[in-house]
Design a protein around this ligand. Structure first.
Ligand SMILES: *Cc1c(COP(=O)(O)O)cnc(C)c1O
Length: 444
């Protein structure tokens, strides 16, 4: 265990001075990990420092963060611009309540988000995590229904293979099979599910691809408060890329039936799919949009729910006259200032060209996996590279192989995938794709 004193602090800052095994043992006594029993079935890997694309493990090894730490650290770790944004904000305040108070960091972030978001989104709710921003989006839709004289519109229509978070309303619209419905069926509101969007990205869209969705929407329009989906890329529900024409048609049908459209851009926002937002592939604007994950460049927990002036007016006309949500850490100044810095940093870079280059590298690097036994498909969109296997990936063994090759990834189900930081260069991308192909070769 690292003690006090300046030497120990210096060592700690550089990531030295921690005992690998000691950390793992203490962790396993006390800490829950995501989607894990107590203690976790697989011991966690202790990380003691992160800089650029690299994570330093307690045993001194270094691995590339091929996950951007759950799709968030788009500029890598300890970026000087973001470090500076945190320090500068810290000099004025770390946090103040947002009830009855405002502050420059919130105002600047809201204006910037509205400026870059698809047209028509004018108002911003700054939430403290992605799941909460989805809850807020759902509440907006429900309150809008009441405020516009349709209290009977209480259900959501979504598509299979989606993922929207782990809180109850968010869970109710996650894929019913790969999500956690079986465990929570008794308490989840029963939502409407159309088949997963078709065709794949790049394939020709035909009317039949959306027939089931259109039928459900038409049949249930009187009880639907909103349609919710992830635009063009479905993330944790299956890493699927689908045709922007499908999304365009969803927008058209929602307009036709006067149903709100919620775009969950928490995974797709800020360039990940090659466009600034997933909706930009189809040139559409949703009525409500959620962003999170990469919003603060992976530094702090923050998400946002944007909505149109019409939605805001409808919500505010409901009997409560107010949007009924207000987290303690709403609009946290440290997170808001970092988010503004991260977005400005992204926009100051040739991000489209950088992500296009990553896409090309991932395509070339992962292509050899396509021919392997045990691999169902290789697919790439923007800075997302996926190897889908025919059987579930053995997580512990695969992760060990990857770490030995200097790469950190977190496979799940039949998916071995990377979402590298945008600052990744050739060398890093080659290491990531090489390790992924090796992992696919090693499948049982
Ligand atoms: C990660 C994710 C969420 C949930 O965000 P949290 O910050 O983990 O609560 C919701 N929707 C999508 C599309 C996501 O990828």
């Amino acid at each position: 265990m690292a003690g006090g004193g300046p030497d120990a602090r210096r060592a700690r800052r550089s990531g030295r001075g921690w005992d690998h095994r000691d950390l793992v043992e203490r962790d396993r006594k006390r800490l829950w990990h995501p989607y894990a029993p107590m203690p976790a079935a697989v011991p966690p890997v202790p990380v003691v420092a992160a800089a650029g694309t690299t994570l330093t493990l307690a045993d001194g090894r270094q691995v590339i963060d091929g996950m951007s730490s759950w799709w968030a650290a788009i500029h890598g770790h300890r970026h000087p611009v973001l470090d500076e944004a945190v320090r500068t904000q810290l000099e004025s305040m770390a946090h103040v309540m947002f009830g009855g108070i405002t502050h420059p960091a919130a105002v600047e972030l809201a204006e910037l988000l509205v400026e870059i978001a698809p047209g028509g989104l004018e108002h911003v709710f700054l939430a403290d995590s992605g799941s909460v921003s989805v809850e807020v989006a759902v509440k907006m839709a429900l309150q809008y229904a009441r405020g516009t004289g349709h209290p009977e519109r209480t259900r959501l229509l979504t598509v299979a293979s989606g993922y929207h978070g782990d809180t109850l309303a968010a869970m109710s619209v996650c894929d019913p099979v790969t999500g956690m419905h079986s465990m929570f069926n008794d308490v989840l509101p029963a939502q409407l599910f159309a088949p997963a969007p078709q065709p794949r990205y790049g394939e020709t869209f035909r009317a039949q691809h959306i027939a089931d969705f259109a039928e459900l929407l038409t049949a249930h329009r009187h009880e639907i408060a909103a349609v919710i989906l992830e635009p063009v890329t479905q993330g944790a529900g299956g890493m699927r890329f689908y045709s922007p024409d499908y999304l365009g048609e969803v927008r058209r049908l929602c307009d036709e039936h006067h149903v709100l459209l919620i775009a969950d851009e928490i995974a797709t926002g800020f360039g990940r799919t090659g466009k600034l937002f997933g909706c930009d592939h189809a040139g559409i604007s949703p009525d409500i949009m959620c962003v999170g994950k990469a919003l603060t460049g992976g530094y702090l927990s923050m998400a946002a729910t944007l909505c149109t002036a019409e939605v805001a007016a409808g919500v505010s006309a409901a009997e409560s006259g107010a949007l009924m949500h207000g987290p303690t850490f709403m609009a946290n100044p440290l997170a808001a200032a970092t988010a503004t810095a991260s977005i400005r940093l992204l926009l100051s870079r040739p991000w489209e060209a950088e992500i296009a280059a990553i896409e090309e590298f991932l395509r070339a690097g992962l292509a050899p996996a396509a021919a392997l036994a045990g691999v169902a498909e290789v697919r790439v969109l923007g800075a997302i590279g996926v190897i889908e296997t025919t059987d579930p990936v053995p997580v512990a063994a695969t992760q060990e192989l990857l770490v030995d090759r200097g790469v950190w990834l977190r496979p799940f189900g039949r998916l071995l995938y990377t979402m590298p930081p945008y600052i990744s260069g050739e060398e890093e991308l080659r290491r990531i794709t090489g390790a992924m192909v090796a992992a696919a070769e090693a499948l049982p």
